[in-house]
Design a binder for this molecule. Structure first.
Ligand SMILES: [Cu+2]
Length: 355
């Protein structure tokens, strides 16, 4: 909460320097940096389409605040450790305002995820890996969970605005994805652990609060958002709840280009329950554990970092009204529960157009 109070103090300091003018949606910084979801509302009758392409790169394992090696994970009694994960996400969005008070938003992601693993060398012969390989890669791809939200305007001032977001995440994404995983019987199709599944499997409650203010050549905003899981899924587990607080500062560099810095802090709970069909102990060594991702204690944690971004709003004939934006996330603080892959970089490229 120290993060939040710092943001509020920063906001008040900036507000004191303001000169009044209309909130201008024709400015590139009237939208938050592209990685912020549900940041703006629309006027009655407006429609907006959006597309985001996200790349997430996770390289190497971490426990708490420390980067660790596969040997550390094997020493902690695990037989297999992830070593690397890359995720590509295509996110499709539609917004529509049936009235000035309410804006409806729908978002559907398409995910393509790959995870590399290393097997404890002393265990490889026991799993009967006669091919001599001690690594394997799993992949999953498909549509994820559909998020439906209503953005409710709370305040529209001369140069500031605030809204509430209330929504639901519908479990349209599969949680039955399988891929070839070595084990008894060789490399055969087995249930993938939660990070490789396409959805949460549960109906989740989404909520958020967003405030934004425009100055002559600057603007800023703050947002708090959360994801609360409402049930266990059909595979017997529940992902952790998520809470995030963020604030951004944008500078109107030219009439069509703004540059931004975003600071964020987020926390996610452990996975609860037992993932059905994901083995906990290898049959050849019942005292050992299989892979870190099979255990709920190796999920969630706290992260904070900075994102830098650019928003572009087309003004000339061909590109008029088209928005293009890029945002790069560099995590600075990663305090992860148990043993997990660490996030090194997230890049978001987006397009938006309103009618
Ligand atoms: Cu919009």
């Amino acid at each position: 909460m120290k993060f939040f109070s710092t943001l509020i103090i920063l906001s008040s300091a900036l507000a004191a320097t303001v000169s009044a003018h209309e909130f201008q949606s024709s400015r590139p910084d009237s939208h938050a940096p592209i990685s912020v979801m549900g940041d703006h509302t629309h006027r009655k009758g407006d429609w907006m389409a959006s597309y985001r392409f996200m790349v997430m790169d996770m390289d190497g394992m971490r426990s708490g605040n420390d980067s660790i090696d596969p040997s550390d994970v094997f020493a902690a009694n695990y037989t297999v450790t992830p070593t690397k994960m890359s995720m590509y996400m295509h996110m499709f969005g539609v917004m529509h305002a049936p009235s000035d008070k309410f804006t409806l938003m729908a978002m559907l992601p398409y995910l393509d995820t790959e995870m590399d693993h290393t097997i404890f060398p002393m265990a490889a012969p026991l799993i009967a890996l006669n091919d001599g390989e001690t690594t394997f890669t799993t992949r999953s791809k498909g549509f994820g969970d559909l998020k439906l939200s209503s953005l409710i305007k709370l305040h529209t001032g001369e140069n500031d605005r605030a809204h509430l977001t209330i929504g639901v995440s519908v479990p349209t994404g599969s949680i039955s994805e399988k891929d070839k995983i070595p084990g008894p019987g060789g490399r055969i199709d087995r249930q993938l652990p939660a990070p490789m599944q396409l959805g949460s499997g549960s109906t989740d409650f989404l909520s958020g609060f967003t405030y934004g203010k425009q100055l002559e050549t600057w603007s800023y905003g703050i947002q708090g958002n959360s994801v609360i899981r409402l049930e266990d899924n059909s595979h017997g587990y529940q992902l952790g709840d998520k809470f995030e607080a963020l604030g951004w500062l944008s500078w109107l560099a030219t009439p069509s280009t703004s540059l931004s810095v975003t600071a964020y802090a987020k926390t996610e709970g452990e996975l609860s329950g037992i993932q059905r069909d994901v083995g906990l102990n290898p049959p050849f060594a019942p005292a050992r554990r299989t892979v870190t991702t099979a255990f709920g204690e190796n999920y969630g944690g706290d992260q904070a970092g900075l994102r830098v971004g650019v928003n572009f709003l087309g003004k000339d004939a061909g590109a008029r009204g088209h928005r293009f934006a890029l945002d790069i996330d560099l995590p600075l603080h990663r305090d992860l529960n148990g043993y997990q892959l660490e996030t090194d970089m997230v890049a978001t490229l987006g397009w938006q157009k309103a009618w």
